[in-house]
Design a protein around this ligand. Structure first.
Ligand SMILES: C[S@@+](CC[C@H](N)C(=O)[O-])C[C@H]1O[C@@H](n2cnc3c(N)ncnc32)[C@H](O)[C@@H]1O
Length: 529
């Protein structure tokens, strides 16, 4: 029946109601339908009587009556359609689409659903509370605009608060949010504000809550999620308002907003790029030293490892130079810290390009290079190779079988060369697909999730009949000590692919980086790199 106003009832739904012998539904909704559900054709019931209502409708249907079952919004979205079919899959059920609450609310607010969005119900009546929170966490991390149905009731207020805490952890307190109560019904009210203000709001079960993404903005009183038109087709001034003065004003407003959102001055803010343990450790150290940090990780897997998100939140998802420049322009940090993996050359190049566009400094931070412990028979066991080609030649000459723990990008190099490699990749659908796509046979592919203890890795090497464990030079933090122990346990060699060339200045320790940042803060315009 749509959200309530009969103007939003679709002609098809109207016709079905007119043709029905009986209209079954929640009593207040039948009242909203007025003459379309006159008392003599009505079968109303109270709240939480869905099963009873559907059974009654099916019973009437079996008696040969034409029955219309009414849900608010769309019957197939937290409505009665699914339950009817579940109760009797043989019954003749026709589902008629309706305008769901989030569409109606979004239209009232502006255009907040212009890009990908998620719909969640916070009701734990049919879905266990832990499951609800798991979904909230995943959606919050994915930076999708989110519509919360059944957001809160007196009994469920704590769940709403826990959900907000999850959104706050992943998105800044300045994130645009809104609620609409009784949209297209009597007593309609709405509010637009920020995520930081939302916990103070009164939210009930007649309300639809909308949480914006990083691209949701308030433009001329309307809530809009930018879809990227501005960057692709419009002049910056054109998409905000016309005239240079207005654009400058909007810019100043956005700056002030970012400052208020972050609760800091730009000189205290840092943007850290990288999903590695090293990047997370660095972020913690920077925060301890009093810096406000926003962390950007390329994948969901990287995001999963972030136990305590930094004050500026976590951006999840790969960014090209344009996307990263936009993030930097939004948060206006003092500098960009490139703490991506030593082998992520493309990510470092993107960081440099984006920082250039945003007029910012890039400081490169990377783990210390790894050296085998002296004294142990480590150096005998370990060989370093500058590239895959030299390693493959050595493996072929000496007739070795490699166990590859090098990520997925290098795997194709090892295929079709007369080696019989086995590989261990990260347990993600993308990694498994990439490894199979590279030509690693399924019977020689292992997908697992770290941490990997040496015994496990040694067992893997032995299981596949390998005698060389191959790794990138990912430092002690990247697990090379464990790999050396694993090689010893499996009586195998450890072959290490050395890192691509690094820039002249690389910060290995948080302390050194902090020192340089403090210096930069005092003289922000001085070139030090
Ligand atoms: C059980 S769901 C039903 C959803 C419905 N089938 C639909 O498609 O809109 C009930 C929740 O939908 C939202 N809702 C439904 N109608 C609404 C309205 N007119 N105004 C605001 N929220 C509404 C509220 O969040 C409410 O708690």
């Amino acid at each position: 029946m749509g959200p309530g106003d009969l103007a939003l009832l679709t002609p098809e739904a109207r016709e079905a109601l007119e043709r029905a012998d009986v209209v079954v539904g929640y009593r207040p909704y039948l009242e909203l339908l007025g003459d379309l559900a006159p008392p003599e054709r009505r079968e109303g019931s109270g709240m939480k009587r869905e099963v009873e209502r559907c059974r009654r409708a099916l019973e009437l249907h079996r008696q040969g009556r034409r029955v219309a079952v009414v849900s608010s919004g769309d019957a197939g979205i937290y409505g009665m359609a699914g339950l009817l079919i579940e109760l009797d899959p043989t019954a003749e059920v026709q589902v008629i689409p309706g305008i769901t609450a989030c569409q109606a609310a979004a239209a009232r607010l502006g255009a907040p659903l212009m890009n990908d969005f998620a719909v969640l119900s916070l009701s734990d009546l049919l879905t266990p509370r832990e499951e609800v929170l798991r979904r909230v966490e995943a959606v919050a991390a994915a930076d999708l605009v989110t519509c919360l149905y059944n957001p809160s009731s007196r009994r469920r207020r704590p769940l709403f608060e826990q959900a907000l805490a999850a959104f706050l952890r992943h998105r800044g307190p300045g994130t645009r949010v809104a609620w609409v109560r009784n949209v297209y019904r009597q007593g309609e009210e709405s509010w637009i504000g920020t995520l930081g203000e939302l916990p103070e709001q009164e939210i009930d079960m007649w309300t639809l809550v909308l949480i914006g993404s990083k691209n949701t903005e308030l433009l001329g009183g309307s809530l809009v999620t930018r879809r990227g038109y501005r960057e692709k087709y419009l002049e910056p001034a054109e998409s905000v308002s016309s005239g240079a003065a207005a654009a400058a004003e909007a810019d100043a407003e956005a700056d002030a907003e970012a400052d208020a959102e972050a609760g800091t001055a730009p000189n205290d803010r840092l943007y850290v790029l990288g999903g590695t343990g090293f990047a997370r450790h660095l972020t913690e150290e920077l925060e301890t030293a009093g810096w406000w940090v926003r962390l950007s990780v390329a994948s969901e897997l990287g995001a999963r490892e972030v136990e305590t998100p930094p004050g500026g939140g976590v951006h999840v998802g790969g960014l090209d130079a344009e996307g990263l420049a936009r993030e930097l322009e939004r948060w206006r940090p003092l500098a960009l810290v490139d703490a991506t993996h030593p082998y992520a050359e493309k990510a470092s190049a993107t960081a440099a390009e984006a920082a250039g566009r945003a007029g910012l400094r890039v400081l490169r931070a990377a783990r210390r290079p790894w050296r085998p412990p002296s004294g142990a028979d480590g150096s005998e066991r370990v060989r370093f190779y500058p590239n895959t080609e030299s390693l493959i030649r050595a493996l072929l000459e000496e007739g070795h079988v490699p166990f590859l723990t090098v990520g997925t990008k290098l795997l194709p190099d090892f295929i079709g060369r007369g080696l019989d490699p086995a590989a261990r990749v990260l347990a993600s659908p993308e990694s498994v697909a990439a490894a199979l796509g590279a030509g690693i046979p399924p019977e020689r592919l292992l997908a697992a999730y770290p941490p990997f203890d040496p015994e496990f890795t040694a067992a893997c090497v032995e299981r596949y009949g390998c005698d060389v464990l191959v790794s990138k030079e990912s430092g002690t933090e990247g697990g090379l000590d464990e790999k050396l122990t694993a090689a010893e346990l499996a009586n195998a060699r450890l072959a290490v692919l050395t890192r691509p060339p690094e820039p002249a200045v690389v910060y290995r320790e948080a302390g050194d980086l902090i020192e340089e940042l403090e210096r930069l803060k005092k003289q922000p315009n001085e070139e030090t790199r």
